[in-house]
Design a protein around this ligand. Sequence first.
Ligand SMILES: *Cc1c(COP(=O)(O)O)cnc(C)c1O
Length: 233
Amino acid sequence: MGPSTFAERLSQIQDEVAAAAHRVGRAAEDITLIGVSKRKPVEDMQQAYDAGLRHFGENRAQEVRDKFPGFNPEGIIRHFIGHLQSNKVKYLPGRVDMIHTIDSTRIADAVDQRFGAQDLKIPVLVEINISGEINKEGVEPIQALDLAAYCANKPNLEFQGLMTIGPLTADTARIRQAFREMLLIHEQVVRQVGTGVRPAILSMGMSSDFSLAIEEGATHIRVGTALFGAREY
Ligand SMILES: *Cc1c(COP(=O)(O)O)cnc(C)c1O
């Protein structure tokens, strides 16, 4: 991969974020870069923190349990971005600051109950399957409003927006189209349900497509490989 130190990769991605934002008249500061540190050791995360990264993303509840709060430098914000099973929700209270992947009323109930039991409130996003790929998590676009409203009514959930994973294709026109549809759904949900934060969060874009996502309205991008290097599974 291109530049060799973490700081160099971070700075290159920040440049690309700013360039994409400026192409569509947005400010770079309006985009939050989440470094996806899954499968990477805490030493790599510390290096990332030292280079200035503050937002970290993890996708497995057990990995969250093992890394946090052991790794807890000042000001870090921890995002849970993986598929969530009800029996794993118990690992998250006190260890994550936002959950991007609410995809059923059942998971919404479990998160509400587990965080509430510790007197915690948790910002959440509803995950949408925008590509229609059958192996993708997330609800169908048509269900977005109902699940968002459901979350907004839960006492311990703070509904803040939507999340998606773009279609797995090299066809950038198709990816852009999917992100464009997401923005429309997002605007509708925000209008009808409202969110606790302004602007509402739209989490989309990964290493291969974050520039497109920013051009189409993403507020949060989730970048793993391009920052931390390839993962060994
Ligand atoms: C792993 C992961 C990412 C980051 O993927 P890269 O292609 O490595 O940037 C983003 N979002 C989710 C939900 C992920 O699981």
